[in-house]
Design a protein around this ligand. Structure first.
Ligand code: FE2
Ligand code: FE2
Length: 278
């Protein structure tokens, strides 16, 4: 038996295209790469690309997600608040102020080992009122380390600088740190000097020819005119779709990453299935 745990981390699923990609590709990826667990960011999984619903949480769990992470859109749908409080397999950024629904850490067991997943959120160019993500995770790690040294962190943040700073801050303290939120995959997957697997952003899962998963024409109008005049974000459901993430191997004894690989699948068939479902 291998002495490592292999985890696929999937970036923000965007609306129905994101859900369809997850449903279609997870079984074959699981088999092909002998995955032990899957962690997915579901903050844009609702049909309009904002937030997540109880039904979608059940769907993603049924399709193989061990833990669902989120981000700044987590509180879009009020019917999810109780679910966030009650369930232990969907988390929201840990540095939301105390009193916000949900929790920022999840534990699950794989290959007889306890694994922790932590969600934190950046503050640069983000509108939400948040506690310091650096100090938040620093204090959380004191508790988490009493349970396991297999620790995966989803840092939901806008800027590359804040993410790289967090990578340096957490290097050697967590097994893997991945960025989410920009919906654009970066090509800097690496193992940091202290043994932490890292990528600045996993990338989104949705339309390839879009503006971060939304119909690009609307976004152009929002830049040319005014946010309100340009129109509302609409999830793009046509054309080729992309599923993005990384696969990380973590040594079960040391908790350090031993390998990190980019995962990116372009699917030019799936939008036809989406069109039939409409
Ligand atoms: Fe997102
Ligand atoms: Fe986000």
């Amino acid at each position: 038996m291998n002495n490592y745990v292999r985890v696929l981390l999937v970036g923000d699923l965007i609306g129905n295209p994101g859900l369809a990609l997850f449903e279609k590709w997870i079984p074959s990826l699981k088999e092909k790469h002998a995955l032990d667990a899957i962690v997915v960011n579901g903050e844009n999984a609702a049909k309009n690309g904002k937030g997540i619903t109880p039904k979608i949480i059940d769907f993603l769990k049924e399709k193989g997600a061990a833990v669902i992470t989120t981000g700044n859109h987590v509180y879009e749908h009020k019917d999810v608040y109780n679910v966030l409080n009650e369930r232990n397999d969907i988390i929201r950024p840990a540095n939301y102020p105390p009193g916000c629904p949900g929790k920022g850490v999840a534990f699950f067991t794989v290959l007889g080992q306890t694994v922790a997943v932590v969600n934190i959120m950046g503050r640069v160019f983000m509108r939400d009122m948040l506690d310091c993500p650096f100090r938040t995770i620093e204090s959380l790690l004191i508790f988490i380390k009493t349970k396991t040294n297999l620790i995966f962190v989803d840092f939901h943040a806008e800027t590359t600088a804040e993410k790289r700073a967090m990578a340096t801050f957490l290097d050697g303290k967590v097994s893997c740190l991945v960025g989410t939120h920009t919906h654009i995959q970066t090509a800097d997957e690496q193992i940091m000097p202290g043994g932490t697997g890292y990528v600045t952003d996993l990338g989104g899962c949705g339309a390839l020819f879009s503006a971060i998963g939304m119909e690009a024409d609307t976004i152009v109008q929002r830049f040319l005119l005014h946010n309100h005049v340009g129109g509302k974000f609409v999830v793009q459901t046509t054309g080729p779709m992309v599923l993005s993430g990384v696969i990380v191997d973590v040594d079960m004894t040391t908790g350090k990453a031993i390998k990190i690989q980019n995962m990116r699948i372009v699917d030019d068939q799936i939008s036809q299935t989406l069109a039939q479902e409409k």
